[in-house]
Design a protein around this ligand. Structure first.
Ligand code: UDX
Length: 429
């Protein structure tokens, strides 16, 4: 099939590359000229396991093209995915100006039937707006359909999530659109849920909000565990043994981050407000997440007694492992607060230091975990990269000024740490 993907962010780039790998002819469009030039050369602008290899293979085999010319994409593809950014506005609402702009341009450039599919996470009813906008600028009255096909991939495992999704959701209004989407997704051999457009849009927001709720719930439980001396991991395990609850997304930590949960949550709260529903539950999910970061700073403060003048080694900066994404990473707020209190920060992250350096100007970035820890007054685990689980802890102890470890991701065994002579602090254990 001939496909155009507009927007080469996480979702757009993975979508385009994977569809090409499945044998489709794909044109990826972006307004960022520099990014397109890099992609044309097979340079992946993000760190995502397996993506660059796929990108190069499909470029070489001639199934994947990158351009800044949306008209070229629209003219040469029957199916057009809109995967442009929907960044948060000052008030938390999603900014849909890119979606609107692309819809207008598609209307101007299409010459025969096109299926336009929303892939970005958008507020419910955006499909209607896309349809209205295209109709308005579609001066030649060309036939078209709009559909919603939300993407559920996670950063760090985006390629495999895209190719082996637990479900494929398609929101359609016509048999023609449904047929095309079945043709496209049939080869995946995964369950497909067909629904109307608004329900498809809501499935995405509701899923992300529900997952964020699970994380805030277990983080709140971790606070109670600390107060009474219980173990949040055991509590989560016991809860998760009930199939209705499940084990996943019950890991207490420093709070959720990334470009999806914080942004989608506040967008969903605003949409609900707009249509006359006060989603208090989700406001609390947000508040608990903010509180969790503050609690972590307090934990560091109480471990060190005085923060001012101390050197703190931070291991992990990205909002989760296997990504270099720093957007809304909890490490940003936590490091800024520690710096405000007069701490010097040395940090190491296997992938995110380049992006972190653009945000955290006063941090000393180190070449490895041992270099970060050398001469520091405490080691703080912020992201659970696997390599941090395998550190030589005896060496760490010798390199630190004092054997203090504050583990925001519960990657070490408290008993073992105690036996080794560490002052070890973690979350809810
Ligand atoms: C999320 C959704 O999972 C995905 O379906 C959607 O398409 C985009 O948003 P992503 O942001 O890539 O994906 O990361 P995810 O793995 O979901 O983690 C989000 C945040 O929650 C991270 O900061 C992570 O550390 C945190 N988290 C996750 C926890 O603190 N505890 C958990 O148990 C799980």
């Amino acid at each position: 099939m001939k496909i155009c993907v507009v927007g080469t962010g996480y979702v757009g780039l993975v979508t385009g590359t994977c569809f090409a790998d499945l044998g489709n002819d794909v044109i990826c469009v972006d307004i960022d000229k520099e990014k397109i030039e890099k992609l044309q050369k097979g340079i992946c602008p993000i760190y995502e396991p397996g993506l660059e290899e796929l990108l190069r293979r499909n470029l070489k085999e001639g199934r994947l093209f990158f351009t800044t010319d949306l008209g070229h994409g629209t003219e040469n593809s029957e199916v057009i995915f809109i995967a442009v950014g929907t960044p948060p506005k000052q008030n938390g609402e999603a900014d849909l100006s890119f979606v609107e702009d692309v819809s207008r341009k598609i209307a101007h450039t299409m010459k025969s039937y096109r299926l336009i599919i929303e892939k970005s996470t958008v507020p419910v009813q955006t499909g209607e707006w896309v349809k209205r906008t295209i109709s308005r600028y579609n001066t030649h009255k060309i036939d078209f359909d709009v559909a919603s096909n939300p993407e559920f991939l996670r950063e760090g495992s985006a390629v495999s999530d895209f190719l082996k999704p637990e479900r494929i959701v398609i929101g359609v209004e016509s048999e023609r659109a449904k047929k095309i989407l079945f043709e496209l997704y049939g080869p995946f051999g995964r369950p497909i849920l067909v629904t109307d457009i608004k329900s498809a849009e809501l499935i995405k927001h509701a899923s992300n909000s529900f997952l964020a709720t699970k994380i805030s719930f277990i983080n709140a439980i971790s606070v109670i565990c600390e107060k009474v001396g219980a173990n949040v991991e055991k509590v989560a395990e016991g809860m998760g043994m009930d199939n209705r609850i499940g084990q996943s997304f019950l890991k207490a930590g420093v709070g959720f981050g990334g470009f999806c949960f914080p942004k989608d949550l506040s967008a969903f709260i605003r949409i609900s407000e707009k249509i006359g529903y006060d989603f208090g539950l989700l406001r609390e999910v947000e508040a608990i997440n903010e509180e969790q970061k503050k609690n972590f700073v307090k934990k560091i403060e109480s471990a060190l007694w005085v923060v001012s003048g101390k050197t703190i080694a931070i291991l992990g900066l990205a909002f989760k492992p296997n990504t270099d994404d720093m957007r809304f990473a909890p490490s940003i707020d936590i490091i800024r607060q520690l710096e405000t209190e007069g701490a010097k920060i040395k940090a190491f992250d296997p992938q995110a230091m380049g992006k972190a350096a653009e945000i955290l100007k006063d941090v000393e970035f180190c070449d490895g975990p041992y270099e970060a820890v050398e001469g520091a007054d405490a080691m703080v685990i912020m992201t659970e990269w696997n390599e941090f689980r395998e550190l030589d802890l005896n060496k760490i102890k010798n390199l630190l000024n004092a054997p203090i470890v504050i583990d925001g991701r519960n990657i070490y065994d408290p008993e073992k740490m105690k036996k080794m002579g560490f002052n070890y602090f973690c979350i809810g254990r």
